[in-house]
Design a protein around this ligand. Structure first.
Ligand SMILES: [Zn+2]
Length: 85
C-alpha cells in the first residue's frame, strides 16, 4: 500500500505513513491525513495554516532533502495559503 504525504507529496509505503492531525489532537482535532514522519515531526502541534506560514518564513525547510531527496513542500504552502513560493 502506498500513500502520498499531505505536506511534501512524498510517495511512501505504509511502513513510513503516519496519521497526521490537521488540527492538533490536543485541541480536539479528529480529521487526519497521511504524512511522512519528517513532515509530521516538523509540523508538531502547529495547525496546517501555522505550519504553512512557518514554512514561508523558513524557505530552506520547504526542500529539506533529508531523508527524502524529492521532498518539496511548496505545493502545500500554495494550497494552504494561496501564496506562490
Ligand atoms: Zn512529507
Amino acid at each position: 500500500m502506498f500513500y502520498t504525504c499531505h505536506y511534501c507529496g512524498h510517495l511512501g509505503t505504509e511502513a513510513t505513513r503516519e496519521d497526521e492531525h490537521l488540527y492538533p489532537a490536543s485541541s480536539g482535532g479528529t480529521s487526519t491525513v497521511s504524512s511522512c514522519r519528517p513532515c509530521n515531526r516538523q509540523k508538531g502541534a502547529k495547525t496546517q495554516y501555522a505550519y504553512a506560514q512557518w514554512l514561508l518564513e523558513h524557505p530552506e525547510e520547504m526542500r529539506p532533502g533529508v531523508p527524502y531527496a524529492d521532498s518539496d513542500r511548496r505545493p502545500f504552502v500554495h494550497r494552504t495559503l494561496g501564496v506562490h513560493v
